[in-house]
Design a protein around this ligand. Structure first.
Ligand code: PGA
Length: 250
């Protein structure tokens, strides 16, 4: 089902006191979730259980990372089934930071999505081109290739996958895709999903924009036809900014 979604990706930020303060501030904001709006929070994994226990129903809590293996001797790793067992309901897969800094390739990403879906977790699958790829006019082919790995999944599985379009040049840079650029890419992603899975599934898939999304630009971006919300990094680390972004999504 195509939901309107605002997701906060906290990345590796905030020590325990600051993280708890931000989360409590957000809980106190009694955020409006009418009209099928969903608010997701992706804190660092060490805070997941505490946040899930304190949750008042305002949010769904997701994990930024986990291992594709089910269980076993993988020192330091966390599995999808462990995440599910503490009440986590979403995971991020394919974020450019994981693809680039942690060398997660297509096979790893397919395995991660498989294990997430097997354990009943919803997935936000991230895609996006570099500045160089955009300048070489390869931005669409890059996204097409990244979306192609979704062919490994059935229609039944794809209904639990949302997409985040995150141009790498816009992540954490303060430079946002213009509404025209974002719109063009979101339309393209919807078309690609249509050719991969058919009109109905494509139409039911939420496509979020990410990359320096802020209270300043969110409203214009969210007005675009195929933008169903945002994956927010920096601006999710402040309760006022994050809630103003949520407010302008309608
Ligand atoms: P940003 O990050 O909003 O700080 O650009 C977005 C993301 O990486 O998900």
């Amino acid at each position: 089902m195509r939901n309107k979604i605002v997701a906060g990706n906290w990345k590796m930020n905030l020590d325990a006191d600051a993280a708890k303060r931000l989360y409590l501030d957000l809980l106190n904001k009694s955020i409006d979730q009418s009209d099928g709006k969903m608010i997701l929070i992706f804190p660092p994994n060490i805070y997941l259980q505490d946040f899930i226990e304190r949750n008042n129903g305002s949010f769904e809590i997701g994990a930024q990372n986990f291992n594709a293996k089910s269980n076993g001797a993988y020192t330091g790793e966390v599995s999808a089934s462990q995440l599910k067992s503490i009440g986590c309901s979403w995971v991020l897969v394919g974020h450019s930071e994981r693809r680039i800094l942690f060398k997660e390739d297509d096979q790893v990403l397919v395995n991660k999505i498989k294990t997430a879906l097997k354990h009943g977790l919803n997935v936000i699958y991230c895609c996006g081109e570099s500045l160089n790829e955009r300048e070489q006019l390869q931005h669409k082919s890059k996204i097409q290739n990244q979306l192609a790995l979704l062919k490994s999944f059935s229609l039944d599985e794809v209904q639990f996958i949302s997409i985040a379009y995150e141009p790498i040049w816009a992540i954490g840079t303060g430079e946002t895709a213009s509404p025209e650029q974002a719109s063009e890419m979101h339309d393209f992603i919807r078309e690609e999903l249509t050719s991969l899975f058919g009109l109905e599934t494509a139409d039911n898939t939420s496509i979020l924009y990410g990359g320096s999304c802020s209270p300043r630009n969110a409203e214009t971006l969210f007005k675009c036809d195929n933008i169903d919300g945002g994956l927010i990094g920096g601006a999710a680390l402040d309760a006022d900014s994050f809630s103003s972004i949520i407010e302008v999504l309608s």
